[in-house]
Design a protein around this ligand. Sequence first.
Ligand SMILES: N=CN[C@@H](CCC(=O)O)C(=O)O
Ligand SMILES: [Zn+2]
Length: 443
Amino acid sequence: MPQRGEPSGTASGSVLVTGIRELVTCAGADGRMPVLGPVVPADERLGVVPDAAVVVEDGVVAWVGPAASAPGADRRVDLGGRAVVPGFVDSHSHLVYAGDRAAEFSARMAGRPYDGGGIGVSVAATRAASDDELRGLLRARVAQMRALGTTTVEVKSGYGLSVADEQRSLRLAREVTDETTFLGAHVVPPEARGDRAAYLDLVCGPMLRACAPHARWVDVFCEPASPHAFTGDEARRVLEAGRDAGLGLRVHGNQLSAGPGVRLAVELGAASVDHCTFLTDADVEALVSAAGTTVATLLPGVEFSTRSPYPDARALVDAGVDVALATDCNPGTCNTSSMPFVVALAVREMRMTAAEALVAATVGGARALRRPDVGRVAVGARADLAVLDAPSYEHLAYRPGMPLAHALDLGSGAGSVPDAGPGPDAGPGPDAGPGPHAERGVR
Ligand SMILES: N=CN[C@@H](CCC(=O)O)C(=O)O
Ligand SMILES: [Zn+2]
């Protein structure tokens, strides 16, 4: 696993990545990050190059185009006719935790609604774990993500909820990603339930001071419908304190009800408001007006795992809202880190096209993290490539639950993926193996 901030999947010298049957760049015609929204249809924004090659130098894309006109390089990696898409940008996850809540999931499947109360169970298990235990769990989760094609990940705290435990969570998260988020205002922890105001004082004072050096973002679970989470006024206080400490803003909003989260996020210029499950017309209008500033990050794995209605992604995309897709991987509402699964859900359950879903899972996530260097394959961007054991990106939705995607690792000196020949799906066969990837980090 590379150190935080170091390009993953790279070695010194130039590498020609060839044998790409379909390269999806998700880059605008000029190679820049494309504008989202309905102005340019998502399939045009995909920027598909058939029979393509990519040259990588020092972890950065140096050339993209048809394989027939590719320049030479120090090394050559042949992908044997596979499709390549930008590595997924998972802009919302909670990977620092111990314990599991399978019993809570089963109770939900039997009809018990989600209200955030189970977060306390994860807090107790996380506090009880040693640094090494938490680090091992975190790194295993990151390795699973990379094996599924994710190359950039945001990781939140939020299962510590004391000064020391929140700081520890962020310190560990910083070992694997630059995109760390302080979520001390996840819920009011059990020991503070008698005095919410005192807990908010702690979050906005000593906890923030201890955590800000380890975080890029601050987040808050704004959900008046949950007795455990925070009202609009409380959330505003947390966000303003975080902003004053130099952090960027993110919000968990409108997950359980049409609460104030979305409009608060837009008013404060947050980079992202996440969930957006229950929206009023005024919320959608606010998100439309905030295009270019605040991304609506949809997390359909949560609706799948909580048996809730899905967000109206179609209405958001058609209205011109900037939309991202992320996993929200966490022990309570969505215990999967699979971006391909999220893409499949977005297409099947939220009526996004496969092209829209792929854009939202790559460039959309990059915009939600304000990262122009990831989420697309273009000269100057980081060489974060996801290889599909399939001929086309459409297979991500067409073959749900299949192990199709992995992050390409160019650092091991590994050679070509074996050419499996055209299988029954007109793409590389199931024996093709996962290709030249290793358990390296995501950022
Ligand atoms: N809703 C708030 N936080 C997480 C769930 C956390 C949990 O239940 O452990 C989410 O994004 O869904
Ligand atoms: Zn979350």
